[in-house]
Each structure stands twice: as C-alpha cells, then as structure tokens.
Design a protein around this ligand. Structure first.
Ligand code: 6R9
Length: 655
C-alpha cells in the first residue's frame, strides 16, 4: 500500500527539526474588510454542519436538501435530496443578476497578441452551444467524456457543457502520453473525446491530435472525437472526428439547465499515486461546488467586483478544476487564464501578465516560485506588480526561504501569502492561513479551515501534543471529499481509510508546532530513515534552500550499509551563484548547523534541473533510483525526460 512507511516501528514520530520564528501579521486594511473573521472558526466548531449549510446557501438550488450529511463511513453523501445545476451556478445566475458584461476570463495565449476576453454573457452562450452540441452527438447524463486539451477557453467551456447536461468529464493533462490517455479513456469507458489540433508551448505549436488518434485507435468505446482548431497545424482525419466549429457554431445559444442531484457525479480526475494504476478520483455536484466556491471566496478574500484573479495552474490538474473553473466562476470572479510557460517568450512573462491585467490575487506553486528565485529578483523588479494584494501557494510544502522571497519580490512585502494544503482527493482547500486573520509563519499551512477537522497523529492514531510530529489525518467528512475511486470502492477504503481506524489518511507527514500550528512535511513515502531517525525530506530541502546560493533542492534517502538510509541531496544553484569546488562541503555544514548533524547529507550533487510532474511536484522516486544506481522506474508523468540524463551524468563526480 502506498501509505506504508519503512521501519515506522523504529521511531514514533517524524523528526521535527526546523525552527522558524518569522511571522507576518495581516495588513490592517485587509483585515478590517476581510470576507471572513475569526468568528467563523468558533461558529463552525459550535455546529459544523450548520456552517456548511450556510456555505451551501451561497449557491442557487432548484430544490433544497433534506439531510445535510449522510455518513455511512467512509462513504459520504452531502446535501441529500438537494438539486442544482453547476453550470447554471457558474454562469447563468450571474447573467440573470445583471452581471452579463462582467469579464469571466481574460485569456492570454502563449504567442503574444493571442488574447481573448470572455464576459459572463458570452460564456453563457458558448456553454449553451457546446451543451447542445454534446446532446446532438448523443452524450447523455452519466456518460463519460474525456477532455485532452491545451489551456484555451474551449477547455472550461467543454467542462461546463458536460456539467450542464450531467455528463461526467475526465480531463487528462495535455502533456500526457498515448498510453496514459488510453488508460484513462478505458478506465472511465469514455464515449466521447474532446481535443484540439494542438496548443502553443515554449514558442511552438505542440500537436495533441496525433496522441488522441493513437489512443482512440485502441479504444473502441469512443464513438466521436471533437477537435478544436487552435494552431491550424495539419491533422489526420478519421470517421470519428468532427471539428468543434462545425458542430458547436451552428447550435442555438440557449440551453435549458436541468437540475441534477447533489450527489450526481461531476467529474473524474486521475491521480497517479506512487505505484499501481492511476486512481480515478470521483467528485460529485453539491458538496464539491459548495466547498470550492466558499474556500475560493474565503481564502483569497475575493471581492468579485474589483479583484482580478489569476491561478497559474493547468486546468488538467485539480487546482485548475477547483480554482480556475468551478470556484471562481461560482463566485462571479474575473480570472486570467494563460496558455503557455513562464519563460516564453521571456522570463518576465508572468509579471508582464500581472502588469497588463492588473492582477490582484495570484495563486501559483512553490516549484514556480523557486524557478523565479533561480532566475533572479531583477526580472520581476522590471514590472509594475503594485496591483497584487494576496498571494497563494499550492502543490508542495513551500520552503520558508521561497515563501519570504515570494512575499518580498512579488508581493512587495505587503501581500499576505496563503500556503494552501489540499489534494485531488479533498477537492478543495483544507488547511491554510486566512489572509485577514492569520499571523502566518513562512512554510506553515497553519490551521484547518472552519468546518474542517484536521489532526496530527502518531503511529497508533493518537493525537500528538504540540511540538510533536507524525501523520496528517482528517477526522470528519467534508463536503468536497472524494466519494470513491471510480469503479473501485475497495481501493478507496484501502488507500485512504485503512491506515488509521475511522480517520482519513492523505499520505502526508506533518508536525504541530508549540503554538498548535500545522506544518506539512511531504509524502510519508518520501520520509527517510537515517540511523533510526525518521527525517522529513521537506525539512532538509528547506534548510538547503535557506542557503543564499541554493534556489531549489530535492532530497532522498538512499540505502546505506552503515546508517540504513543516507541523505542524498540534488541542488540547483541560484542564477548568480557559481558552482565552486567546495560547495558540497559548504552546504553540508549549513544543513548541520541549521538542523543538526543527523540531517547532514552524505552526498550533494549540483544539477541543472530536477525531475518534475506536469503539476510541478518533484519526483523523488526517480532521484532515489539514480542515487541507488537503479534503472529508472515509470517516467511517463515526467515533464521532460531528458532531465534524468543530465542528472545521471552528474552522479560519478560526487562519489
Ligand atoms: C492540490 C494538489 C496533493 C499532494 C498532497 C501534498 C502536496 C499540496 C501542499 C502540499 C504541502 C501544501 N501538497 N499542497 N504539501 N503544502 N500547501 O496539489 O493536489 O496534485 O493531488 O497533490 O500535494 O503532499 O498530498 P494533488
């Protein structure tokens, strides 16, 4: 099972080495006008279900639920008996409320000059046409639709069209391979695929259709393939194919949104997990929209009339589903969507976009922040970032140094940073500071949101005291929780509910500091066991990144005859830092003085890049293979497979 920790009997808890004393209070003005005040925590504590009912009331229901939560552990039903339409809530109701002229999306293509502004009224027409087209193609409620697209407006439109008619979408990252796409189409038994000829990436048209052609050739269950023309590149054509513009453009711009059951499936999203076949995480309608929209409004202190919100994630990742599409649209927010990479055509592209649209809320990932650190602070300094008021982080633990850099060089030392912990499985943010309330500590996700009951437990599932480390768990069901793994209830129970009796185990290590605040320590599969001590990769990485010469670090435990496992660190130096002979010794000494000698890496390798998934998570598993001189495991979810070659070449030098 993925949640197994090597030798966990040896040591009661994960190590708790890092001390961080910096704190950032919320700006007074922001606190005074914040959407959520500290009372929310008390209200939710008094009556958790009543709290979520009020959050659900922010949506428009065709029929109110009769039971807030039906908990047949570990299977949850929220807002039972309620009926609503997600697309109506995300689009039509705003137009009916007179907000049709408000911009829903500023879309920015990668090639400069490719941009499009879409108001809520336009979005309503586009979604209605797409929904009519899907119905003409025979798609019915409950059918699965696979979506394999670049970051173009037709992607959220396709998702909303599915939601509108009750079809279940399964968005597959536009960078995944033929076999990854084929497996996902097959697992969900999708009857329709929506794709594009290609998208722009790193300055070039990047074809998508050939991947779909190969995958669909092996999936007889797929009846039709709808193709958006984005790049205009040559495509092969089969009997199943139909152009998006041929079928969608001629449809009526009205479509009646029938209400769906609160527990009708909304989408499946596959997460790779560490081993085995990808898990199809199933999310449903009412609870998912309740928690994504409430958290988007609360955590980013969203003022929909004035904020310009930009989440830089790919929509093919859960962050894009919940915080580019469903949460922001349900709140009638104005968002930016960007198609391309941060370095195309130049390394200031993100800051140029912030300046152009006067972005007020920016939500990005630690991997991006560390890349910007590596490129140097002089790049963002060339742009006007004064519109920003709140910064968010998601995807990995954010190292304190990266947090402080983000706050200073992007946020001008005035914007609160919210470090949001959650997962594909949780559907929405769970643990995070609130920008108008929390005195945030760099590197800490701080505290469970109102209505969420999180805890840190030891091996036996007992809460650890303040100052202790262990395993993160969630004690009570929450509205946007996954309902199951598609087609595999047993795997759902085994993966998430079997490690600790009655508790949801997300697979992350955590510690609770002396104030009771929560710090995430990375996946427990990545925890290292050195001379009988469980040491978290996150803490050693953060210690390395706190050295002025280091931009990014990945740490793994490699088997060692003396210590069981030994720490091997891969580091990327900052732009201005030179690789010197004694850099390894210097960094080893730095870790020893920051965390203690037990955490000192056996080896330090300076590398040009680190292996990452498309959502920017470091694939430590592959680094472990390198450190232990093994053949590489599955690399299909890697962004760039040439990275591993570059790293392997570095290895002998450090021995
Ligand atoms: C939203 C998303 C989930 C895993 C999760 C954890 C890590 C995400 C984090 C974080 C520390 C944060 N993670 N946010 N760790 N601090 N703020 O990333 O979903 O792709 O399913 O990944 O990501 O390890 O368990 P997903």
């Amino acid at each position: 099972m993925a949640t197994e920790t090597p030798g966990r009997e040896t040591q009661e808890t994960l190590s708790n080495l890092l001390t961080e004393t910096r704190r950032f209070a919320p700006p007074a003005e922001l606190a005074a006008a914040a959407n959520v005040t500290a009372e929310a925590y008390e209200e939710a504590e008094r009556d958790r279900l009543a709290f979520w009912e009020r959050a659900a009331e922010r949506l428009t229901w065709a029929e109110r639920w009769h039971t807030t939560l039906e908990w047949n552990a570990p299977f949850a039903k929220w807002f039972v008996g309620g009926k609503l339409n997600v697309a109506y809530n995300c689009v039509d109701r705003h137009v009916e409320a007179g907000l049709g002229d408000r911009v829903a999306y500023y879309w920015e293509g990668e090639p400069e000059g490719h941009s499009r502004t879409i108001t809520y009224a336009e979005l309503q027409r586009e979604v209605a046409k797409a929904a009519n087209a899907l119905q003409e193609l025979g798609v019915r409620k409950g059918d699965r639709v696979a979506i394999y697209m670049p970051m173009i407006p037709e992607l959220p439109i396709a998702m909303l069209a599915c939601a509108r008619i009750g079809a279940i979408h399964s968005v597959v990252f536009g960078g995944f391979s033929v076999s990854a796409l084929k497996n996902r189409i097959e697992d969900a038994n999708a009857k329709l695929v929506i794709t594009a000829d290609g998208g722009y990436r790193r300055g070039k048209p990047n074809p998508l259709k050939p991947t779909v052609d190969e995958a669909v050739a092996e999936c007889p269950g797929v009846e039709r393939v709808v193709v958006v023309r984005r790049t205009g590149q040559e495509v092969n054509w089969t009997d199943k194919d139909i152009w998006w513009h041929d079928i969608v453009d001629r449809q009526p711009a009205e479509h009646e949104a029938v209400p769906h059951d609160a527990e009708d499936p909304l989408f499946i999203l596959y997460t790779s997990g560490t081993t085995g076949k990808p898990k199809g995480i199933l999310h449903t309608t009412g609870g998912y929209l309740t928690q994504t929209s409430w958290t988007h409004w609360a955590v980013f202190d969203l003022k929909p009339e004035t904020d310009i919100y930009w989440c830089t994630a790919d929509i093919g990742w859960v962050t894009g589903h919940s915080y580019i599409v469903y949460g922001p649209l349900a709140n009638a927010a104005t968002s930016v969507i960007y198609e391309g990479t941060p370095d195309t055509p130049h390394r200031g592209r993100f800051w140029e976009i912030v300046q152009k649209y006067k972005v007020t809320i920016l939500y990005t990932a630690p991997t991006a922040i560390r890349t910007f650190m590596k490129w140097g602070a002089d790049i963002p300094a060339k742009f006007d970032l004064s519109s920003l008021r709140i910064l968010g982080s998601v995807g990995e633990p954010i190292n304190p140094e990266a947090y402080v850099w983000y706050r200073e060089h992007i946020g001008g030392n005035r914007c609160p940073v919210v470090d949001t912990w959650w997962q594909t499985e949780t559907g929405a943010i769970m643990i995070t500071p609130l920008p108008g309330i929390t005195h945030a500590k760099p590197g800490a996700a701080m505290r469970a949101l109102p209505g969420i009951v999180a805890d840190v437990v030891d091996d036996k599932g007992e809460s650890v005291p303040n100052g202790g480390g262990g395993y993160l768990v969630i004690r009570e069901p929450w509205p946007s929780m996954l309902r199951t793994i598609w087609g595999d209830d047993k795997r759902y129970v085994d993966t998430y509910w079997s490690r600790f009796e009655g508790l949801y185990f997300p697979g992350d290590g955590a510690k609770r500091d002396e104030d009771g605040d929560i710090w995430l320590l990375g996946r427990v599969d990545d925890v290292m066991l050195v001379s009988g001590h469980n040491i978290s990769t996150t803490e050693v990485e953060s210690a390395l990144v706190s050295h002025p010469k280091v931009a990014e670090a990945a740490v793994v435990g490699a088997s060692d005859p003396v210590t069981g496992q030994a720490i091997v660190a891969f580091v990327i130096l900052r732009g201005e830092a030179e690789e010197s002979e004694d850099i390894a010794a210097e960094l080893r000494a730095h870790v020893a003085s920051t965390l203690g000698p037990i955490a000192k890496p056996r080896q330090i390798l300076v590398v040009p890049e680190l292996p990452k998934t498309r959502s920017g998570k470091i694939m430590r598993r592959l680094l472990r293979d390198v450190a232990e001189n093994r053949e590489l495991g599955d690399v299909t979810t890697l962004t760039d497979s040439s990275v591993m070659k570059l790293i392997a070449e570095k290895l002998p030098a450090a021995k």
